[in-house]
Ligand binder design. Structure first.
Ligand code: C2E
Ligand code: MG
Ligand code: MG
Ligand code: MG
Length: 279
């Protein structure tokens, strides 16, 4: 395909479908060994209170630095992990690591962990949450689980039931990438999300000359308020966007402007700095 055509002097007569399948198989086998080979790492991106601009939580974002393939973006390996169900052990690792790190932060800072539909459909998912909390000593109310609308597509009943179990533990649930999924709002009526995360496509589209994105954010904020949920604007990259988002009334802001995803050490120093009792 495109990558084989551009400027490659070694012509390959292999049908590209075969090459793709071969590459995928290699990647899959490398991913299978990624945990054992210690190639996975968590980054943490700060989320700030829109009014005070102080850090209220970090979102844990998975990174894979493969010895064989280099750094591979989550946009590429997460779908592969989901297709192969490798997301189940990988997701457990993420949960454990995120809770372990968060337990070292001041007690008013939460951690948010992304969870795929495949994980929610596992019968033992809430048990894995219980185990991660118990092993690390992180109080349940400091763990937020992020899901996208797509988790309700395949087996909405089971996903909902699992999320309710997790809420019963004291964890909160955020609805990620809001506005990009399928548009049935039924699940908002029956599941008490704590936060709706407005997808960055709306945030980055928002400006005085894009009234449509502004109108959508305004509507999401109003809806969240009346449902007693907070809102996080994703993908805020500059002061102008931050000011606009604040004006629109979003509760929290996440984006490169306030901090890129960073290593655990850097994240920790951001929140323990200046505090008398650093963990
Ligand atoms: P997400 O959960 O919506 O995470 C936010 C993504 O937006 C992250 O991409 C983050 O680096 C990026 N981002 C944050 N601020 C900005 C900004 O100001 N500008 C731009 N352009 N981007 C920004 P990342 O880390 O590449 O992750 C992509 C997606 O991969 C995540 O989207 C999430 O869906 C998935 N993912 C990452 N880690 C995990 C994980 O541990 N488990 C699961 N199931 N999915 C994960
Ligand atoms: Mg997320
Ligand atoms: Mg998101
Ligand atoms: Mg996203």
């Amino acid at each position: 395909r495109a990558k084989d055509e551009g400027g490659n002097e070694h012509f390959s007569y292999e049908p590209s479908m075969h090459a793709d399948a071969e590459e995928r198989r290699k990647l899959e086998s490398a991913l299978r060994d990624a945990i054992g080979n210690q190639e996975l790492e968590l980054n943490f991106q700060p989320v700030v209170n829109a009014k005070t601009e102080t850090v209220v939580s970090f979102e844990a974002l998975l990174r894979w630095n493969s010895a064989e393939h280099g750094c591979i973006s989550p946009g590429k390996f997460i779908p592969l992990a989901e297709d192969t169900r490798l997301i189940v052990p990988i997701g457990e690792w993420v949960l454990h690591e995120a809770c372990r790190e968060a337990a070292r932060w001041p007690s008013d800072i939460k951690v948010a962990v992304n969870v795929s539909g495949e994980q929610l459909l596992e019968p033992n998912f809430s048990a894995a949450v219980v185990r991660a909390l118990a092993d690390t000593g992180l109080p349940a109310n400091r763990l937020e689980i992020e899901v996208t609308e797509s988790v309700f597509l395949r087996d909405g009943r089971i996903a909902r039931q699992t999320l309710e179990e997790i809420m019963a533990l004291g964890c909160s649930i955020a609805l990620d990438d809001f506005g990009t999924g399928y548009s049935s709002l039924g699940y908002l009526r029956t599941l008490r999300f704590s936060t709706i995360k407005v997808d960055r496509s709306f945030v980055q589209g928002a400006s005085q000359d894009n009234q449509e994105s502004l109108a959508i954010i305004r509507a999401v904020v109003a809806m969240a308020r009346s449902l007693d949920m907070s809102t996080t604007a994703e993908g805020v990259e500059d002061a102008e966007q931050a000011a606009l988002i604040r004006e629109l009334g979003c509760t929290k802001i996440q984006g490169y402007y306030f901090g890129r995803p960073m290593g655990a050490v850097e994240a920790r120093s951001l929140v323990v700095k200046g505090r008398s009792r650093a963990a």
